[in-house]
Design a protein around this ligand. Structure first.
Ligand code: FE2
Length: 290
């Protein structure tokens, strides 16, 4: 745990769009809320999708996500509650519990399953899809589980806690550190907990696209109206984000990444640059080449 001086930002990013997710179902009938990847926000380059799943009704999650393929991007799973087991066609296996994160680079393709390892109780978390640029879409698949104790934490003034899943904050490198070669999107993914009434200023690179998603409590961003649980804020340009918690405190995810600015062709679990590449992906999958 590190403390920082919490220096104020010169130009906090304003809220440019506020929205809420829509009810959706994926995998074998898992009920979820799709926040990015819908008609109201198809993508926020390079973020392709954000889902929140959360239910204490086993009927809403027990079917899980049986074997399915991915190609052309990265999937990031963040668990808040419950247990999920991952298995993939490269022989990787891992169990994600509360606070754990899975970062999977699908690259040229793999088949995996994500199945609940519980029959009752709360299952809650997120899945985020992060695009890969054309030159990395067919890279070798890779996968890592990050257990909760391996996610670096930074403490800001007022008892604000930030789990640095990716990127860096106040000199602390994230569990997935910045590596412009391997991951030119240079993603930041921060899980922030604000005690009641506290203000946190978090620097983010100016050339990144960014959003904040509130998953507990209430907060306001610099100059914005109040945001409640399940509100997504698309952030404008600036040098970071300033968030002020309401009376109950707040928890939010902050994500930022450098846009890729390439054409996007998406079809279910495949995200490529052209229709031809999508047809190839479907064919490769059918022929068992993943
Ligand atoms: Fe998946």
């Amino acid at each position: 745990m590190r403390e920082t001086n919490g220096a104020a930002l010169e130009r906090a990013r304003p809220l440019v769009k506020k929205l809420r997710g829509v009810a959706a179902s994926d995998g074998a009938g898992v009920k979820l809320t799709r926040v990015i990847g819908t008609p109201q926000l198809e993508a926020l380059d390079p973020f392709l999708l954000l889902d929140e799943f959360g239910s204490d009704d086993p009927g809403a999650y027990i079917g899980g996500f049986p074997d399915h393929p991915h190609r052309g991007f990265e999937t990031i799973t963040i668990m808040l509650a419950g247990r999920m087991r991952h298995r993939d066609s490269k022989g990787n296996e891992g169990l994600l519990g509360p606070g754990a994160v899975q970062w999977m680079t699908a690259g040229r393709g793999l088949v995996h399953s994500e199945m609940p390892e519980q029959e009752e109780g709360l299952m809650r978390g997120f899945q985020l899809w992060l695009n890969l640029p054309a030159r990395l879409k067919m890279t070798s698949p890779s996968y890592r589980d990050i257990q909760p104790q391996s996610v670096p934490q930074v403490e800001l003034p007022g008892g604000v806690r930030v789990r640095v899943i990716a990127g860096e904050l106040a000199g602390t490198a994230g569990a997935v550190p910045l590596d412009p070669e391997a991951r030119p999107t240079q993603p930041y993914l921060l899980d922030v907990e604000l005690p009641p009434g506290t203000v946190a200023s978090i620097p983010l690179p100016e050339d990144h696209h960014a959003f904040a998603y509130v998953y507990e409590g209430q907060l306001s961003l610099e100059g914005s109206e109040a945001l409640a649980r399940s509100d997504l804020a698309v952030l404008g340009t600036g040098d970071g984000v300033t968030a002020k918690a309401g009376e109950e405190g707040a928890s939010l995810l902050i994500a930022a990444a450098r846009p890729i600015n390439e054409p996007v062709a998406r079809y279910g679990p495949f995200v490529m640059n052209s229709r031809e590449e999508i047809i190839q992906a479907v064919e490769d999958f059918r022929e068992g080449r993943f």
